[in-house]
Ligand binder design. Structure first.
Ligand SMILES: *Cc1c(COP(=O)(O)O)cnc(C)c1O
Length: 476
């Protein structure tokens, strides 16, 4: 399998070449030259392999799907990497992504049982193993630099901890994360994980990352990289749980299901789009946003309008607080019949000059053929949904999943099961759970008392120079 750019660069690259890259050289995103088609016999075989969540079933399914897209890593090596990623020891169950029923036709698929209790672990754990493998093969090192306000940086740390050839330098705002978030990140004692606690706000952290990355000589000398959500390997890993969810909910491959996906950067639901393009019988892909509704606006109107920072709200589903959806270009490329020139025009000049674009009426009408619908959810909706779900089903959901459930309810179709993707556990968002339910969230037993563990972090001034000096001292 080869990969091309959404903006017209037709140089065909192998998976290993794009694994450690961000954007394509022309500024586009990488996509496979085509989506392998899954016929009825293959789907039946995969259903058997997954076997409703038997030990090793998820890893076996993941290997089948990944090997269609990763053809430049020897099969035995890929199998070993996948087998060591998707284990009960890491995800708590053999099913890895167990589905539970709320009521007839409405289900929740748990993507949130990894080490940081959020769906990013699903892909990031594999990425850690792929990075270690590829860096060793090349004899190279990588220094990952990132900024986090607390929710997403930990997934990268837990994926890369102890990995050969990789260091992580993660900036976070000093004193501004919840005690639980701090404990999650700062309790890691691995020598290759560096928590830099910056005496400023999250934007200061991001500015430092930009400043360091813009120093191209420094970036090259110290092999600075990122693990952002546009990485194709992350998206690919996420395709697997759409199949695993489908197999748990259906008995035969003639049945259709819909998925509702709490969305921000469009990485999660874009994997659903890929699964559907491969032939998985998905009726609807429901894009659920919070108050940051750039995607909902697009799917209702065909208008894509990037928001400024004044228009980007801090909400109680913070991992969906985005001003532009960084993976979204991949879907638009497919929607436009893979017209790279038009995609380049829309995501280059149109966004730069006009802050967005409006598709034509014909193009907008085509969205429905891809199964996409959307909706938005507010803080009040989240509180009401968390409370109603607890009262009716004694099921405690987090704020992001609540957005997904709220919007899912607006798109139910008779006879089509709706699977809401659970993207985080409530334990991470105690303040909002308190507000909704008047009690503390349930916490997985393994995380009881983590606030008391010894912490390992370094306090730094808001100073890119100081961060560079720290990297020079600690990068291997
Ligand atoms: C990252 C994240 C999302 C949004 O996923 P995208 O791939 O950015 O659309 C939703 N919920 C949680 C808990 C997340 O961490």
């Amino acid at each position: 399998m080869k990969y091309i750019s959404t903006r017209g660069d037709q140089t065909e690259r192998g998976f290993s070449e794009i694994l450690l890259e961000g954007l394509a050289p022309d500024g586009g995103l990488y996509l496979p030259t085509h989506y392998p088609q899954v016929d009825a016999a293959t789907l039946a075989r995969w259903r058997d392999l997954y076997g409703n969540g038997q030990a090793g079933g998820y890893a076996a399914l993941a290997y089948e799907i990944l090997s269609l897209y990763i053809t430049d890593i020897p099969a035995a090596d890929l199998k070993r990497l996948v087998d060591k990623t998707y284990t009960k020891a890491v995800y708590g169950t053999d099913a890895i992504v167990p589905v539970r029923r709320l009521k007839d036709g409405l289900l929740i698929e748990a993507l949130s049982n990894g080490p940081t209790l959020a769906f990013k672990d699903m892909a990031m754990q594999l990425l850690g193993n792929l990075f270690e493998y590829e860096l060793a093969r090349r004899g190279e090192q990588l220094n990952i630099l990132g900024a986090t306000s607390g929710d997403t940086g930990s997934a990268a740390e837990y994926a890369m901890r102890g990995k050969q050839g990789v260091n992580v330098f993660m900036l976070s705002p000093y004193g501004r994360m919840s005690p639980f978030q701090q404990a999650q990140m700062f309790s890691l004692q691995d020598a290759n994980i560096h928590n830099l606690s910056v005496e400023g706000v999250f934007d200061d952290c991001q500015d430092i990352v930009k400043a360091v990355s813009n120093d191209l000589a420094f970036k090259r000398q110290w092999k600075i990289g990122t693990v952002n959500s546009i990485n194709w390997a992350r998206l690919l890993a996420q395709v697997v749980y759409y199949f695993a969810g489908y197999f748990q909910v259906t008995k035969a491959d003639s049945e259709k299901v819909s998925f509702s996906v709490p969305s921000g950067n469009f990485g999660n639901v874009c994997a659903g789009h890929v699964a559907r393009m491969m032939g998985l019988p998905i009726a609807q892909l429901v894009v659920a946003t919070n108050e940051n509704d750039v995607l909902d606006e697009f799917f209702r109107t065909g208008r894509y309008r990037v928001r400024g920072s004044a228009e980007t709200f801090e909400t109680s589903s913070p991992s969906m607080d985005i001003s532009k959806a960084s993976n979204f270009e991949r879907f638009v490329f497919d929607l436009l019949g893979r017209d790279a020139a038009r995609t380049a025009q829309l995501f280059g000049p149109a966004i730069a000059k006009e802050g967005g674009f409006q598709l034509t009426a014909d193009e907008t009408a085509r969205i429905a053929q891809y199964g996409f619908v959307s909706g938005k959810s507010t803080h009040a909706d989240r509180l009401a949904t968390i409370k109603a779900t607890w009262d009716a089903h004694q099921d405690m959901i987090d704020t992001h999943t609540a957005d997904g459930l709220k919007v899912a309810a607006e798109h139910l179709q008779p006879g089509v099961p709706m699977i809401v993707l659970e993207t985080a556990l409530p334990a991470k968002f105690a303040a909002t759970i308190q507000e909704a339910l008047g009690r503390d969230p349930i916490r997985p037993a393994a995380l009881e008392g983590i606030e008391a563990l010894p912490k390992r972090f370094t306090v730094m001034k808001v100073d890119a120079g100081a961060v560079k000096a720290y990297i020079e001292q600690h990068a291997k």
